[in-house]
Design a protein around this ligand. Structure first.
Ligand code: PHE
Length: 341
């Protein structure tokens, strides 16, 4: 019986089976109990022999049972560990990383550049008065140049600004040369026009205004500043060209072209075979504009410029449609992660 019982123990595959085997042999109604029932039919000599044999069996049975139980428990633990194993080398779930919008990146890049040249960054309101947006910029009511900048009116005297130039007037009015020294500022922000939206126009876009006012500021200062700006943004080898233009608030007024950064000036599709790309409007601040903002134009002079951020981004990254900036398509936006953004 002992060999059979121990084989049974060793063959059992679960703790439950093992317990059933224990009950079957040494349980209250088990085989050992059955055997002990014959005890009283035995002689005095035989009885201790059987008793001894039974104890022997019980010892061996229990030893085998314990040993096998331990083995099964170890197996179960090993299986559990294997099934719960975590492979720490597997790639984790990547959180979707955002980035600053390309227009914000351009804006910050330009801000850093001008802050490095000692400019302050000033913000102005997007809802502006007719007076600041037009009149103080030398565009009296009924001035024909207003047509080019038709916009959204809140009432007769209040509108969504058409350019960042009104911040020029706001800044000049507040400026105290005695106390603050020369005025050097840039002003980035949203502007609005009643443009029909197409590949290069949008009813809302971004500009950066620049204004420097001090004694003896000339067109030469403007040219030097813009050359530095353009080379930092588009590459060391860039050159600039000033072309006569017209803005009511500057005299003289110039359009600034940059030598094509794709072909280097030989002519290609980006510069439309001319070798030059127009990037901004600028000029020497009109004396009337200075006077209207309380600055003595016989003592002070200045230069101003205004550039479109979308235009700069489109040129720099060869983007063919302004509407990409506002559609929030991640396939577009995530191409411009840039640095630590
Ligand atoms: N405000 C002009 C525009 O929106 C740009 C400009 C700014 C031109 C400053 C000259 C000087 O077109």
């Amino acid at each position: 019986m002992e060999t059979v019982a121990i084989d049974e123990i060793n063959a059992s595959e679960s703790l439950k089976d093992l317990d059933a085997i224990r009950v079957k042999y040494i349980g209250k109604k088990g085989k050992l109990t059955d055997i002990s029932k014959v005890m009283r039919h035995l002689s005095n000599e035989e009885r201790p022999q059987l008793g001894q044999a039974m104890n022997q069996f019980k010892d061996n049975f229990n030893t085998a049972l314990e040993a096998h139980k331990e083995k099964l428990e170890e197996q179960a633990l090993a299986e559990k560990l294997a099934s719960e194993k975590i492979d720490v080398t597997l790639p984790g779930k990547q959180p979707l990383r955002g980035s600053r919008h390309i227009i914000t990146q351009i804006m910050e890049e330009i801000e850093d550049l001008f802050i490095g040249m000692g400019y302050q960054v000033i913000e102005g309101p997007e809802v502006e008065t007719d007076s600041y947006n037009f009149e103080k910029m030398n565009l009296p009511k009924n001035h024909p140049a207003r047509d080019m900048q038709d916009t959204f009116y809140i009432d007769e005297e209040t509108l969504l600004r058409t350019h960042t130039s009104p911040v020029q007037a706001r800044t000049m009015e507040e400026h105290d040369f005695e106390k603050d020294g020369p005025l050097k500022m840039i002003s980035p922000g949203k502007v609005f026009r009643r443009d029909t939206d197409d590949a290069t126009h949008s009813h809302q876009f971004h500009q950066i205004e620049g204004l420097v006012v001090d004694k003896n500021i000339t067109l030469a200062d403007l040219k030097g500043t813009l050359l530095q700006f353009v080379q930092a943004l588009f590459g060391e080898d860039r050159e600039i060209r000033l072309r006569p233009s017209y803005f009511p608030f500057t005299e003289p007024s110039v359009e600034v072209d940059v030598s094509c950064f794709k072909c280097g000036g030989e002519g290609c599709n980006v510069c439309k075979q001319t070798g030059w790309i127009e990037i901004l409007g600028s000029g020497v601040v009109h004396p009337d504009v200075l006077e209207m903002s309380g600055i003595d134009s016989t003592q002070y002079s200045g230069f101003a410029f205004g550039l479109g951020q979308e235009r700069v981004a489109m040129l720099k990254y060869n983007i063919d449609d302004i509407r990409h900036f506002y559609q929030n398509d991640l396939r577009f936006l995530s191409q411009f992660r840039g640095g630590d953004n």
